[in-house]
Design a protein around this ligand. Structure first.
Ligand code: UFG
Length: 336
């Protein structure tokens, strides 16, 4: 498996994964419509790796164009990141989310089957577990979703499982990410949300930078260590390496697999903010606000399956994560 198609390769997780793939000796062909990213990312990727990533400004929903690309590059494996990803926006514009996220997956599946692509790796999320019935979350936990973004992840997982039943030669890996943060150690790649960030780490970084006045901590009355929400923050480079491990696994052992990609450690919002201030020596003014609708109190992974079957384990600490997020934020600036 040498030629890897990466959809959404210019995005936050896609770009870091592309770097890891190139550094592991794979040829990478990226497809992105740049709806939430920039083509300049590929110059950085090529510069960092000293390799050439081939890329196309094509929408994955465009089945004819996608088919030409996959056929021309003799793709062996597709890593599917492309998709809308804002929970709040998905509640406001559900049809846009279903239309884009589901159709792009159907288009990718059809093209993969037509061209005998051997594997698809899908960028799923811990959101598919819904409110935790127990912690840590393992892959056997029941599945549910509470918003269109989460429904898309759930439906796509099911679509891919069904495709594997009908076409067992097409291997599937569903990777359920916990909360990705951090940035490449060069600080030339990172997370650059457009406008006001929804997620915690970009909001912390922009507040430290002075672009946002203060961070609102959504709730301090949860049943957690300090009352604030608890999440499993995972460094994006660890996450990226998880994809390389999944590709290697499927080369050796075909099938349909589901793995959590998390560290197994829960960190509270307040712990993260305090660590950020300590490690980086900057102030992050914050206020306690009311709970955010739809949030759960705590969520962290049981990462044992990925450790056992993929030989993959997260390496970066929370200190690494806050340092790298901040350094990349300073270096890359804010995307308005
Ligand atoms: N939070 C704040 N203030 C903010 C932003 C977030 O206090 O300004 C808190 C949230 O209330 C929550 C924690 O920080 O307790 C993490 O919130 P994020 O929005 O960063 O992340 P979520 O855990 O809500 O969601 C993330 C991804 C989803 C994914 C989910 C999987 O954004 O795409 O993890 O669990 F589905």
């Amino acid at each position: 498996m040498k030629n890897i198609l990466v959809t959404g390769g210019a995005g936050y997780i896609g770009s870091h994964t592309t770097v890891e793939l190139l550094e592991s000796g794979y040829n990478v062909i990226c497809v992105d419509n740049f709806s939430n990213s920039s083509e300049k990312v590929f110059d950085v990727i090529n510069d960092l790796t000293g390799k050439q990533c081939t890329w196309y400004n094509v929408d994955v929903c465009n089945i004819e164009e996608l088919n030409k690309i996959v056929a021309a590059h003799d793709v062996n494996c597709a890593v599917h990141f492309a998709g809308y990803k804002a929970v709040g926006e998905s509640v406001e514009f559900p049809l846009m989310y279903y239309q884009n996220n589901i159709n792009s997956t159907l288009s990718l599946c059809e093209v993969c089957l037509k061209n005998n692509v051997r594997s698809i790796i899908f960028s799923s999320s811990a959101t598919v577990y819904g409110p935790p019935q127990y912690l840590p979350l393992d892959e056997k936990h029941s599945l549910s979703a509470t918003n269109p973004y989460g429904n898309c992840k759930l439906f796509i997982e099911q679509i891919l499982k069904d495709v594997n039943v009908a076409h067992p030669a097409l291997n599937i890996a569903l990777l359920r990410y916990f909360n990705p943060v951090g940035a490449h150690g060069s600080y030339r790649l990172g997370e650059r949300p457009k406008g006001i960030p929804n997620n915690l780490m970009p909001y912390i970084c922009q507040t430290a930078l002075g672009v946002r006045q203060e961070l609102r901590i959504f709730g301090n009355d949860y049943d957690t260590i300090d009352g604030t929400g608890v999440r499993d923050f995972i460094h994006v480079v660890d996450l990226a390496k998880g994809h390389v491990a999944a590709i290697k696994k499927m080369e050796a052992d075909p099938g349909c697999f589901v793995y959590n990609l998390g560290t197994g450690n829960g960190t509270s919002v307040l712990e993260l903010v305090n660590t950020f201030m300590e490690v980086n020596g900057v102030d992050v003014p914050y206020v306690i606000a009311s709970r955010r609708v739809g949030d759960i109190a705590a969520c962290w992974a049981n990462p044992e399956a990925a450790k056992e079957h993929l030989g993959w384990e997260a390496q970066y600490t929370i200190e690494d994560m806050v340092r790298d997020s901040w350094e990349a934020q300073k270096a890359l600036g804010v995307c308005t």
